[in-house]
Design a protein around this ligand. Sequence first.
Ligand SMILES: [Zn+2]
Length: 198
Amino acid sequence: MWWKGNSRGEFKVNSAYQLMDQTNRQTYSWPWKQIWRSKIPHKISCFIWLLAKEAALTQDNLKKRGITLCSSCFLCGEALETVNHLFLHCKYTQQLWRVFLNLKGISWTMPRKVSEALKSWEAAGVNAKDRNRWRIITASIWWTIWKERNSRCFESIENDVQKVKLNCILLLCFWCNQVYSNDTVSVIDVSCFRLNID
Ligand SMILES: [Zn+2]
């Protein structure tokens, strides 16, 4: 018998444990860094953690608790509202993603899940000069979408997508300004599409 987990081919419990640990590390890659090391308010990190766990109170999760608000997505009206639909695949939300993808000039395949999107977005920004600013983009999109969704759900107020895009960019600028007190990005820069996300 030959045990490949050990360089001498001998079976040992600790070599079996190390082999299992390596496998777990490869398959379980939770985006904790993208959630907790992002320079955003703590309550937003908690919100993103809920999204990554697919536990935010979207309609599919409310239904599991016996509460039904509406039968379809508040933004597009075309699909059941799940975390992954609302924050990744909704055609309304996709327009916000495209703002930043176009600014950066990259193509990006939308992952299936929020937890995968956090990792994939990090990889897409690997050449960004400022990783912190790059990470804040996902938070800005998701918080803006959640606010718009709640505005439609609870106040019956709908903003058109152009206004929501601007809200998202302004939120990004606001959070960046909290981190970089001498940040030069202003509303004028935004209108000229000059965000420091390179
Ligand atoms: Zn939708």
